[in-house]
Design a protein around this ligand. Sequence first.
Ligand code: ADP
Ligand code: MG
Length: 472
Amino acid sequence: MKNVLTKKTENFPVKKLDWNKIQLDMKEKLGNDIYDSWLKKINFIDEFNNYILISVSTRFIRDWITSRYLDQILHIVKAHRKEISRIEFTINDQKKEISEIKNKVNQFDNEVIQKVSFIKDSFFQYNRIDPNKNFENFVIGSSNKLAFEASKKVSEDISHYNPLYIYGGVGMGKTHLLNAIGLKFKSKQKVMFISAERFMYQFVKSIKSNEMVKFKDYFRNTDILLIDDIQFMNGKEAMQEEFFHTFNALIDKGSQVIVSADRAPNKLSRIQERIKSRFAGGLVVDIQSPDYELRYKIVRAKINELQLNQKNSINLSEEILKFISLEIKTSIRELVGALNRVISFSRIYNKLPSLAETKSILKDLLNLTENKVTIDLIQTIVCQFFKISKNEMLSARRSRYLARPRQTAIYLAKLLTSKSLPEIGRSFSNRDHTTVIHSVKTIERLRQEDKELNANIDNLKNKILYNRENEI
Ligand code: ADP
Ligand code: MG
């Protein structure tokens, strides 16, 4: 199996992603506990143009990781390789799964397990049509209305716009629309839904195994061809040649072709001019960034969906829904991810988060807090709270009444800023990073043992994050 998985086309990056480094980052960013329980055993399998393939031992672990940590992991991976836009899983031990689930059920309530989002084991699946991405749950706003209407028309009236070319940034709903079109046709027509990457992979594989004829037949026999992320189909003349012929053959026989990309046809690099001009010859529509109104509509729609499907659903306050819609602007994927994170929090702690907690849960997505919280601010607020001076905090004295506030400030610096351990150490009179680790661990432990201290820290956290205007 490994051999098949690691086969690559020549267009993929040469320098391997260093998984060890990513593991270190995961440990640092998500904490030892989460790392040890869930992330340590992730195996890295392979890297492709815009995604990585990892394996975990069971579906349960995959779902758990997906519903809680996936966006953070992706964030970390992106820091090492910015092209990566998704993570795919494969399961390496199906049998272990049953017993695993049984064990974990005692730990976390049964319902959580049933609710965790189901992610298809898509790697070996050729035709990945997801029943959960349809026209009915695609929320329409001014930025995506045209793309939505064109997609609908195409799925009702074959060959009206052919090809249909949908483009827009990452996480804007392109794959969702292609998927919805595929779903509509699936029962009556031969549908092929494939990413350009996958097309290349199959192409190279067929050449190597002398199955080119089969490959051609397979593609040329489809009634509806949906190709996602065409921008990755670059270079490789022979393959572009094949694609061009397939494309023409399909259009000639009246098949519908739908293509998505992250940019307009004329901006595609390393794709033959004649292919670009064929794309431009059909209907070209774009999806733009969602405005506040659409973001809010999407957040509401997701909440309504949850409430319909679950008995004790989460009732996030209007204030929180508005806050999320207002602050998470980059893409719909990030918006949905943020909402899921807040919902997971509510489930795990069995309570509705306050606005302050929401801010803290989403802190890495909110540039605003990230930029404003400085170590200096943390030190000031902690000193004020413990009634000590900043000189005392930064001094070398070790008496308990100074050590605890110092450790607390170090812990909060780690929690609330993105500074590295050595950077934090430097801000505390050049202390070593091992001192920083020790402080963080001490406070983490004390938070479990000492209710009052824990409450104080929550208090401080909120002061630092949100009461800055009334400060000092
Ligand atoms: P893209 O292919 O443009 O990168 P996706 O189609 O994968 O983006 O969308 C990212 C996520 O956001 C998916 O979970 C998708 O279902 C959701 N999404 C995107 N647009 C909408 C929308 N208009 N209504 C509801 N969900 C959406
Ligand atoms: Mg996509």
